[in-house]
Design a protein around this ligand. Structure first.
Ligand code: PMP
Ligand code: GLN
Length: 391
């Protein structure tokens, strides 16, 4: 008998299974409405899907350029000009990736060396920390606190040292629903510029912002053009999360560095889907405005429902998510216990926000995803109200 192999990368083994998979699986087991993992329950625009269908039938279907198909790269550059006034050279400054996930992985692996440090804002999207650590670098966490998740300059300054190379900025921010203010962006820009850092800007929710706020890419601030990699996702912008088409806009020197990792990770992304996303990015302004206003109406509906059962809900100015304080309805346990009990007993799933903290030490928040049909949100609220009454 041979030996059972126990070969595993220690960093990844230490991070276990992502909370999104864990909660979606628990939701399926209990027939729960899944307000955990963030994905819409209605597919995005039919015309975009139609272009994908035609491109699947007629091509292109073979390996495209590793940087992406020309039409999509041109569309990314045009989009960035239309929405943010950026002048982007599509041939030198855009790259298509397999989702924002791969863009993030390419950035961390392409930019960081062992001994380097990256600054991350907590609560953080779940892939950042494992990617930074897998690259051999160390993460310095700057914690933002509810209700406004304000960034303090003292905390930011304290995280900086001569090993700092990268700052990862996610605005609108998952899971908090925070949109960084102009003042905060200026503060970050100032540090990035003075210290010669690179900002990896995860802007996947750029078109999902509420209350008349405007998304401002860090890249558009003075002196920031040379320091920023801006990441977008067709999954979020077109409500097609399974497609995994992402894109990066960056100055040539940074893009080349990051493409060194991309070429060995995925190399290319399905060209038929790229054609459809190229078409989508050129859609009329009303489409993008409607995405935000539809999501805002869903946010309001779920927030009112959660407040109606007595939960304290924090403001969300962007993303798919609302956070509620589980202790506000007298729940004595932590967030994970709450989310598991709610999934099992109320048959509504949410994600425990402790999963977005390195040490899991913030345990009073549950993240609810509102990008669902109104009837589904209404049923979830109904189930929660019944659960609360029975408690
Ligand atoms: N960053 C953030 C903040 C996200 O919420 C997501 C959503 N999954 C991603 C990156 C990954 O996006 P994609 O599905 O395009 O890989
Ligand atoms: N971004 C989504 C979320 O935060 C889902 C990500 C995933 O499933 N990996 O829920």
């Amino acid at each position: 008998m041979g030996k059972t192999p126990t070969v595993a990368n220690q960093v990844l083994a230490g991070h276990g299974t992502t909370i999104f998979a864990v909660m979606s699986s628990l939701a399926a087991t209990h027939g729960a409405i899944n307000l955990g993992q963030g994905f819409p329950d209605e597919d995005g625009p039919e015309d975009v899907r139609q272009v994908a269908a035609e491109a699947t039938r007629d091509g292109p279907n073979q390996y495209p350029s590793m940087m992406g198909v020309d039409a999509l790269r041109q569309a990314v550059a045009a989009h960035d000009n239309r929405f943010y006034g950026l002048n982007v050279d599509w041939q030198r400054e855009t790259m298509v990736t397999s989702g924002a996930s791969e863009a993030l992985a390419s950035c961390m692996l392409g930019l960081l060396n062992p001994g380097d440090e990256a600054i991350l804002f907590e609560p953080l999207y779940d892939s950042y920390l494992p990617l930074v650590e897998r690259a051999g670098a160390a993460a310095r966490l700057v914690r933002l606190e509810p209700p406004d998740w304000r960034l303090s300059e003292v905390a930011l300054a304290a995280a900086m040292n001569n090993r700092t190379r990268v700052v990862v900025l996610n605005s609108p921010m998952n899971p908090s629903g925070k949109v960084f203010t102009e003042e905060e962006l200026e503060m970050i820009a100032d540090w990035v510029h003075r210290k010669g850092l690179v900002a990896v800007c995860d802007e996947v929710y750029e078109h999902i912002v509420f209350d008349c706020l405007k998304h401002v890419p860090l890249m558009t601030l003075p002196d920031m053009r040379a320091h920023c990699l801006r990441i977008g996702s067709a999954g979020k912008t077109f409500s097609l999360t399974g497609w995994k088409v992402g894109y990066i806009t960056a100055p040539e020197h940074l893009l080349r560095t990051v493409s060194r990792a991309h070429q060995f990770l995925t190399f290319t992304t399905p060209p038929n889907l790229q054609m459809a996303v190229a078409y989508g990015l050129n859609k009329e302004a009303e489409f993008f405005a409607a995405l935000s206003s539809d999501m805002q109406a869903k946010r309001d509906f779920l927030r009112d429902g959660l407040e109606g059962i007595g939960l304290q809900v924090f403001d969300s100015f962007g993303t798919y998510f609302l956070n509620a304080d589980v202790s506000s309805i007298g729940f004595a346990g932590g967030d994970e216990e709450f989310c598991r009990a709610m999934t099992r007993e109320a048959r509504v799933a949410a994600v425990p926000v402790s999963a977005f903290y390195r040490d899991g030490d913030v345990r009073h928040l549950a993240r609810f995803c509102f990008c669902k049909k109104r009837s589904v949100l209404a049923e979830a609220i109904h189930r929660l109200a019944r659960w609360k009454r029975a408690a």
